[in-house]
Design a protein around this ligand. Structure first.
Ligand SMILES: [Zn+2]
Length: 424
């Protein structure tokens, strides 16, 4: 396992953190954080985790602090890891549930937004998050959340918002607490952040966390608007928060620390956009740019820009496809051979399957795992010794997973290995 990931269980240790005299963060209980603001005669909950079990655990901790009724639940965006425990916090009361008016009730199964590929997205989501992988050997964390967290009740407590907030946002007063709900499109277009001016606390959803931003999720996401996300980081800075309370990972404290971190985050996105755009203008292809665009060292070394969750090369690819579509600009790519045809011809050119198998053995010995995978795939394409090749692919995927710093990549390799071994 990558040494930096080995430090994640200690970082994600469960804790209820007091962010201001009446603001609490439940940290490490689930993939995402839950916030509680204590008002005069009631509570406000912001985000609800991905499972009813985690939500129950969080509520039990919050109940040690206050037994006031929950008046309002605010959802920062409609990703499942933030909305799935709503019914737990709503139980026994009748709280308002507020969300952006462009939020989807459940983006994974909402057939109006994903009418064609829900099954594929479910399978890919399981692989990205390593759902079902064993802790701590296979999954140590999800990059921006703990690995040892309850999975029971996943997606089980989703509730429709009782009131949707329009693009202009809204100032609300709940139990004597004055809050501003502000639209802040970033990781998703439906992001709504919560600004608590009296305490200078900004609950910022998934527009910032301790990882390079997930500008593309390998579970399969639509284009996330890079320029908009970068603009939103300026918007977050303009509040001049003293506490930045993100949807994942620890809160940041102090205006200078927060400004510096948000500036880094914005600059990292802008750097990827600029480098990719310049490369495209110079006629370079998507694969070239995915290999060549890097963060400058002063940004790449920052803990909040390590590639624990998002990846720079994934972002480059997403920007390319999101702005000009799949065609890389090279005329050769307009009508490529079918993968099976290409595999058969290359194997022939290499001297036949046995020569390719020998090259795979060498690649494995050299820990050149990506090359091994690309060769194995070609033998599987031509149905050469297919069962053994699938097992070999599983072995190589497991070996390749070891050095990965990116948790979605690591999980995707291991989960795919298990699927190959199970014959699926
Ligand atoms: Zn999230």
């Amino acid at each position: 396992m990558h040494p930096e990931l080995q430090a994640h269980p200690a970082y994600f240790e469960k804790d209820v953190v007091q962010l201001a005299d009446n603001v609490y963060q439940a940290f490490g209980f689930a993939a995402s954080n839950v916030y509680m603001i204590v008002g005069d005669d009631g509570l406000i909950i912001v985000d609800t985790t991905e499972t009813t079990t985690a939500a129950e655990n969080v509520l039990a901790e919050f109940r040690k602090i206050s037994d006031l009724p929950i008046k309002t639940i605010i959802l920062t965006h409609s990703h499942r890891d933030h909305i799935s425990g709503a019914s737990v916090f709503a139980a026994g009361g009748n709280p308002d549930i507020l969300a952006s008016d462009i939020s989807s009730e459940d983006p994974l199964t909402d057939t109006t937004t994903h009418p064609r590929a829900a099954k594929a997205q479910m399978a890919r989501t399981k692989r990205q998050f390593g759902i079902g992988l064993s802790y701590p050997d296979e999954i140590i964390g999800i990059g921006v959340g703990p690995g040892n967290r309850p999975l029971k009740g996943m997606g089980g407590g989703i509730m429709a918002p009782t009131r949707k907030i329009g693009e202009a946002g809204e100032k609300i007063t709940i139990a004597g607490v004055e809050l501003e709900l502000v639209m802040a499109p970033g990781e998703t277009p439906d992001h709504m952040i919560v600004w608590y001016p009296a305490k200078k606390v900004l609950i910022s959803g998934d527009n910032f966390y301790r990882s390079f931003p997930n500008l593309y999720a390998i579970r399969g996401t639509e284009y996330r608007d890079f320029d908009t996300w970068a603009d939103t980081l300026d918007q977050l800075m303009a509040f001049e928060p003293e506490v930045l309370a993100p949807g994942h990972t620890k809160a940041l404290f102090g205006a200078d620390t927060i400004r510096a971190a948000l500036t880094d985050y914005r600059d990292a996105i802008r750097h990827v956009v600029d480098e990719t755009r310049n490369g495209m203008d110079a006629g370079r292809t998507i694969d070239d740019l995915a290999h060549s665009v890097k963060l400058p060292p002063n940004l790449a070394e920052k803990p909040h820009l390590r590639e624990y969750y998002g990846r720079v090369d994934f972002a480059v690819r997403a920007y390319f496809v999101g702005t000009v579509g799949w065609f890389d600009g090279n005329p050769t790519s307009l009508s490529p051979l079918s993968p099976n045809d290409e595999a058969a011809r290359l194997i022939d050119l290499a001297g036949g399957p046995d020569a390719v198998v020998a090259a795979i053995d060498k690649a494995r010995a050299d820990k050149d795992y990506q090359w091994a995978l690309q060769l194995i795939d070609r033998l599987i394409r031509v149905d050469h010794d297919a069962d053994n090749m699938r097992q070999l692919k599983a072995d190589v995927l497991r070996a390749h997973a070891v050095a990965q710093i990116n948790c979605p990549t690591r999980h995707y390799y291991i989960q795919s290995a298990k699927e190959l071994e199970a014959g699926s």
